[in-house]
Design a protein around this ligand. Structure first.
Ligand SMILES: Cc1cc2nc3c(=O)[nH]c(=O)nc-3n(C[C@H](O)[C@H](O)[C@H](O)COP(=O)(O)OP(=O)(O)OC[C@H]3O[C@@H](n4cnc5c(N)ncnc54)[C@H](O)[C@@H]3O)c2cc1C
Length: 557
């Protein structure tokens, strides 16, 4: 009889050796992104580089990555009433949400740039969002809306005088209290109703004037109002003079709660750390912002800012998932070789890297235009016109690329990518949202047509930008010629094709001017020259894959 010890047995028949699995990515530095840092300097915010590097390293820390994970796993909960039956309409968040918010606000990712006179302050904020977004996306919603609310509020100077210093503060205070008694405020937005989100002219919420000038009461519902724990909301409602914009505080100056009945929180595909609510207004006090009947015109500046943030968030998702995928394939082997060394995997990663750099570069160019436009450093109006059209173009295209991109990055992990623990499903679920809110794909594409036909100077601004790259690449020159002829014959049904070509020529023009030849050449060959398949990972053999990966994933290539 053979006697076998348990130890011998476990050595012989071990069932759980862990091999061929990558180490954790965190801690890592989310600002180790050459395209981002070059864009930051180019667009006038090189002075912020040290802060961006510090924030990038914090974003990739074990602690901050864990906040992102926990804030999404432990979702916000609605508490409509207190134990005595009083309505409270509060949403409770996991502590990780508050940690993320506190850092984001302190680092100037909410309203702070409006109080910062340094040229490039808005670019620095965008770059901050690009690196801090590596933690998680949901809390970018209230910081974005707070940022975007400031220029709208300026339409009503007496309100701006009181609330702007609080919305531009770097202090985060999550308690619902009298706004003017808090060190800092957050703003949300309520436009969408059940019967229509894109077409807000169908809003039915009614605003009734009170005896006090500028003060109204609201009655009606909103079908989507995210981040309902914000202190103030910009809301559209029908006043006697037509659709108008209002500021709605959650707590009134006398300390009583304004009526803001949160009926439900949405059960969403992604963006689960953030609460998106259905509030009802009934006798809700609201202050008019801008003239009665000019609600859309007033609130449109908010949309200009939040659309830039949608582009930024898509670019962040791309970069984050590329870095994750690059790390995984560097440490995983199959068929006797590391995945990173296998030609077809290198093709996939390089193709993703091109898309990511194009998205980041465009994001920062848009942020530079916004910075110059809002601070009036744009004597001939060219940057304002460029911002107007290029933000809608970028919002359409970069956010559309997000779902395909994140799916491909997820697949680099094989089955592990499909499992929540990898973090990839969260990024994948987030991606489609960015092309839905702030104007869904069609609405953005049609908005580009509207700008072209009704807003003089927009087409000229776009072509002036493209002309800066003229002669650098024959495929780009040919694509610009195609774009001009398509513009002349453009139809509503063809809006997506037109805007796609605008986006691709714009991205290519930036890459040929600012990126290494490996990037620019492969982008033009594939996105404009037709030497490409229908999925990522179809770069032609001539593409300089080593050059692309060496830049995108230093140390990983
Ligand atoms: C998670 C989440 C959070 C949100 N948070 C907020 C918030 O805080 N505040 C807020 O106000 N809203 C919010 N929204 C609402 C969002 O902005 C709207 O869902 C969006 O604007 C689209 O409106 P809708 O849902 O009514 O779709 P619809 O307007 O019904 O559009 C449906 C589809 O039709 C397309 N379409 C519309 N018009 C045309 C046309 N003329 N030609 C061709 N196609 C067209 C659209 O592109 C879309 O694909 C949120 C949405 C989500 C998903």
């Amino acid at each position: 009889m053979v006697s076998t010890s348990a130890q011998e047995l476990s050595g012989q028949y071990a069932t759980h050796d862990v091999t061929n699995q990558p180490p954790p990515l965190a801690p890592y530095d989310a600002s180790e992104d050459t395209a981002l840092l070059e864009g930051l300097r180019r667009e006038g915010a090189g002075w912020a580089e040290e802060d961006i590097r510090r924030l990038g390293s914090r974003a990739g820390s074990v602690e901050a990555q864990e906040w992102g994970e926990l804030a999404n796993r432990h979702e916000p909960e609605l508490r409509t009433h207190d134990r005595y039956g009083h309505r409270v309409d509060e949403v409770e968040f996991h502590p990780s949400w508050h940690h993320l918010m506190r850092v984001a606000v302190a680092e100037g990712l909410a309203g702070a740039p409006w109080a910062d006179e340094r040229p490039g302050a808005h670019v620095a904020r965008t770059a901050g969002g690009l690196v801090w977004g590596h933690t998680e996306a949901g809390h970018g919603c209230p910081t974005s809306m707070t940022y975007a609310a400031v220029p709208v509020l300026r339409r009503q100077p007496e309100l701006a005088k009181v609330y702007e210093p609080l919305l531009t503060s770097r202090e985060y205070d999550p308690e619902l209290r009298v706004p003017t008694e808090k060190p800092g405020l957050l703003a949300g937005m309520g436009m969408t109703e059940k019967q229509g989100g894109s077409d807000v002219r169908t809003n039915t919420t009614v605003a009734t004037p009170t005896a006090e000038p500028g003060v109204y009461t609201l009655r009606g519902h909103k079908w989507f109002t995210s981040a309902p724990m914000c202190d103030v909301f910009l809301v559209l409602a029908q006043a006697p003079g037509g659709l108008s914009c209002f500021l709605v505080p959650r707590v009134l100056p006398d300390g009583s709660r304004n009526t803001f009945r949160i009926q439900r929180l949405k059960d969403k595909l992604g963006n689960r750390s953030n609460a998106s609510s259905e509030p009802e207004f009934d006798g809700t006090v609201a202050w008019l912002v801008g003239p009665e009947g000019r609600g859309v015109k007033t609130i449109i500046e908010m949309v200009n800012c939040t659309r830039l943030d949608c582009v930024m968030s898509s670019a962040t998702l791309m970069r984050k998932t590329l870095v994750e995928a690059g790390h995984h394939v560097r440490h995983r082997s199959a068929f006797g070789a590391r995945l990173i060394d296998q030609p077809l995997m290198r093709n996939v990663l390089a193709d993703l890297a091109l898309e990511s750099e194009a998205a980041t570069t465009l994001t920062l160019r848009l942020a530079g235009a916004a910075d110059r436009a809002v601070r009036g450093a744009d004597a001939d109006g060219a940057e304002t016109a460029f911002r107007r059209i290029a933000t809608a173009v970028g919002k359409y295209w970069v956010t559309k690329r997000g779902p395909a991109f994140t799916a491909e990055a997820l697949e680099c992990f094989g089955g592990n990518g499909y499992v929540e623990e990898s973090g990839m499903p969260r990024h994948y679920r987030e991606a489609p949202l960015l092309s839905i809110w702030e104007g869904s794909g069609n609405v953005n594409a049609l908005d580009v047509l509207r700008a072209l036909s009704r807003e003089p100077g927009t087409a000229e601004a776009l072509f002036a930008e493209l002309a800066l790259a003229q002669g650098a690449d024959a495929r780009l020159d040919a694509a610009v010629t195609r774009l001009k002829s398509r513009l002349a014959t453009g139809s509503e049904a063809g809006a997506r094709r037109l805007v796609e070509l605008m986006a691709l020529t714009l991205q290519a023009s930036l890459l040929v001017r600012h990126s290494p030849a490996a990037i620019a050449d492969a982008f033009c060959a594939t996105r404009l020259g037709g030497d490409w398949g229908h999925a990522f990972g179809t770069l032609p053999d001539a593409a300089d894959v080593d050059g692309i990966l060496g830049r995108a994933l230093p140390g990983e290539g």
